[in-house]
Design a protein around this ligand. Structure first.
Ligand code: GRF
Length: 211
């Protein structure tokens, strides 16, 4: 399976994918490229270090959103991906791309969807909202991308306990370590081996998942 990752930031989820492909935890998968909308994203350094082809499609290099969307789709198409992984990609995927790659785009969100998701919920904002609500448990979700925001069929979720005194930064790191970096690689391996079926808004996983 040809995997293309889209990134905007530090790339710790990308690194988890790179490491799990390297150690054989993720099978039947080749990371064929990494695209970022930010030329200075550290995720690009991680890709280069792993010998993976990289591209940058930056909004400021295009006169308007339509031209940017066109350039993004051309860059994606050039890698001929079987699966597109949004690993901390902070750009809303244009509808044309969602339709062209229906059920071939997955995203990682740092909460247990449907809590704390949708417009405006990204990065630390998710954890700040969770802490201010006084939640005792949070977690992360991998889901297929559809035309909405964080609204596609859920593939995997993993819960993480909130501890007294947690700051948003501390909680973000725990959710990454205990949830994101486990469920994203697992979801990729399941998809790469044909073990995820979508029925309506739900998915059926054809193996017992131990996370
Ligand atoms: C992660 O918290 C992920 O849940 C969210 O964006 C962040 C990306 O972090 N989508 P990284 O770039 O993978 O380190």
């Amino acid at each position: 399976m040809r995997l293309l990752a889209l990134v905007s930031g530090g790339g710790t989820n990308l690194q988890a994918i790179i490491d799990r492909v390297a150690d054989g935890t993720i099978t039947n998968t080749e990371i064929v490229g990494v695209i970022s909308n930010k030329p200075d994203a550290f995720a690009l350094e991680r890709a280069k270090k792993a010998g993976i082809s990289t591209s940058v499609v930056s909004r400021k290099d295009h006169p308007d959103k339509e031209e940017f969307n066109k350039a993004l789709k051309e860059a994606i198409d050039s890698y001929k991906p079987d699966l597109i992984v949004l690993a901390g990609f902070l750009v809303v995927i244009p509808e044309e791309i969602v339709k062209a790659y229906a059920l071939k785009i997955i995203n990682i969100h740092p909460s247990l969807i449907p809590s704390f998701c949708g417009d405006g919920f990204y990065g630390l904002k998710v954890h700040e909202a969770c802490l201010s609500r006084g939640c005792k448990v949070t977690g992360a979700t991998v889901h297929f991308v559809d035309e909405g925001t964080d609204s596609g069929p859920i593939i995997l979720q993993k819960a993480v306990y909130i501890e007294d005194g947690d700051t948003a930064e501390v909680l973000q790191r725990r959710v990454m370590e205990q949830a994101e970096w486990k469920i994203m690689p697992k979801a990729i391996d399941l998809i790469a081996n044909g073990k995820v079926r979508v029925e309506g808004r739900r998915t059926l996983i054809s193996e017992k998942v131990e996370l």
